[in-house]
Design a protein around this ligand. Structure first.
Ligand code: TRP
Length: 453
């Protein structure tokens, strides 16, 4: 494996809107619309939301900026970036780990993304019409248990993503996210207006916005950190890779802030769609991962003009999933094409093939066709757990330690200031957080996830 020193003709994002659309596209995904509401639901609502916001902006944002900075500074894929910054040292392992984590996330993410396509298809055909809550639950169960059907949808999903990725940064990722992200915003606002006008919506808003701190436990703090990292796409080289396509004149401090803000805003809007609807129809908000796939179709079914809103909702979910998935795929593609000199087309195909293969194993482990268990987790659960709870925090921790302690303050400041174009007046706070607060907090979370403290 040789790191090429002169990368030929690297592609770049064309302007700030392009960077923000692509990076927000990565951040805003199933994590915001599917995972965020049920995690808030399970952890008691508004009090958890406050903790999540503090952790997200206090720790997540600085870590995010650190990862972005390495990418912009080196203009390399994660593996090549660490080789360039720390030649002869073992830091390349961090980059390599990111690439492995990308692969892992691709596998289970594509399975859930495949479900969203199936649901989109079903809602277009009006397949939830006249179904009772039990019918919808058993539709979901038998779909997952079928094994092959989820694999076909997953395959379709990965193919769509590959078509975008293969076209490159400007002509692929940027071009599509620039259209899809504004569309996503419009759809979520329409859904929000609809949900808020349902009779009984206030109860949902109260649950979501009125804090009850008695519900907060140590475990919810850990959950908040995990969710922040997942939602901001931290810790596995996505931000590093996207950062590497950012031009030297861009203000990366403000760019990452805008993305973190947009990511949070969309998650909150998703909560304002889901909780009012859930409460208006008298359903428990803590219904876990099935919240979006079982509870919502049921609600749309009972709602006046539910057909159109259910189609809109699943378009939203599919768009959010696609723009995130392409960012994960891009990590693997950038590595294969820059480090192993594989053509972009072939690299895209290899990344997709690997994801489909591993994803298919995940789908089969869920349907029970493939019976390997790791404790009480099947393969899907294991990959979800290992990537969100172990690899992302570990990747984030090592990245932040590298930037804070090994990259050199001068170099770091020059990058954040774009060589004097900007002031980066947040630097002292940022520096303090990445040197002390973030490493300590992430380590604590990590150890407790492993049951060591
Ligand atoms: N952030 C995305 C979401 O919220 C998922 C995602 C995309 C991701 N790229 C990532 C998560 C990189 C972790 C790391 O759905």
């Amino acid at each position: 494996m040789s790191s090429k020193q002169n990368t030929p003709q690297r592609d770049f994002f064309s302007n700030k809107f392009g960077i923000i659309a692509a990076t927000a596209g990565s951040a805003i995904g199933l994590g915001n619309i599917w995972r965020f509401p049920y995690i808030v639901g399970e952890n008691g609502g508004a009090a958890f939301l406050i903790i999540l916001l503090l952790i997200k902006f206090g720790i997540g944002l600085p870590v995010m900026l650190s990862e972005f900075t390495i990418g912009r500074h080196t203009q390399r894929n994660p593996f090549g970036a660490f080789r360039m910054l720390a030649p002869g040292k073992l830091w390349w392992i961090v980059g390599f780990m990111g690439i492995i984590a990308a692969f892992t996330i691709m596998a289970f993410y594509s399975v859930v993304a495949g479900w969203t396509l199936d649901y989109l298809y079903n809602s277009v055909l009006d397949g939830f019409n006249n179904k009772s809550a039990d019918d919808i639950q058993s539709m979901f169960d038998s779909f997952v248990a079928n094994g092959w059907q989820p694999i076909i949808w997953m395959f379709l999903f990965v193919s769509i993503s590959s078509l975008i990725v293969v076209a490159g940064i400007k002509k692929g990722i940027e071009k599509y996210t620039k259209v899809l992200m504004p569309a996503l915003l419009v759809i979520i606002v329409i859904l929000c207006v609809r949900a808020l006008s349902l009779p009984g919506a206030e109860k949902g808003l109260e649950f979501f916005f009125k804090p009850d701190f008695s519900k907060i436990t140590g475990a919810s703090v850990l959950e908040a950190l995990g969710q922040s990292f997942f939602s901001l796409s931290i810790g596995m080289g996505v931000l590093l890779t996207y950062g590497s396509y950012v031009q030297k004149s861009d203000n990366i401090g403000s760019t990452t802030f805008i993305v973190a803000f947009a990511d949070t805003a969309i998650a909150i809007l998703a909560g304002m769609v889901i909780f009012p609807a859930v409460f208006a129809f008298g359903i428990s908000p803590g219904s876990g991962p099935g919240l979006v796939f079982v509870t919502l179709p049921n609600i749309f079914e009972q709602m006046p003009a539910g057909y159109i809103f259910s189609v809109l909702f699943f378009v939203l979910l599919s768009v959010a999933a696609i723009t995130s998935f392409i960012s994960i795929q891009e990590v693997v593609v950038a590595y294969l094409s820059e480090e192993l000199n594989i053509k972009r087309k072939t690299a895209t195909f290899l990344a997709a093939g690997g994801a489909v293969f591993l994803g298919a194993l995940c789908a089969l482990s869920q349907s029970g066709h493939l019976n390997i268990m790791f404790g009480d987790m099947n393969l899907f659960d294991l990959l979800d757990f290992a990537s969100s709870n172990l690899m992302l925090p570990l990747g984030g921790l090592l990245i932040v330690i590298f930037v804070a302690w090994f990259m050199g303050k001068e170099r770091l400041l020059r990058e954040l200031r774009s060589n004097g174009l900007y002031k980066a007046s947040y630097f002292p706070i940022y520096n303090f957080i990445i040197r002390f607060i973030a490493p300590i907090a992430i380590t604590a979370v990590f150890l407790s996830k492993l049951g060591l403290i």
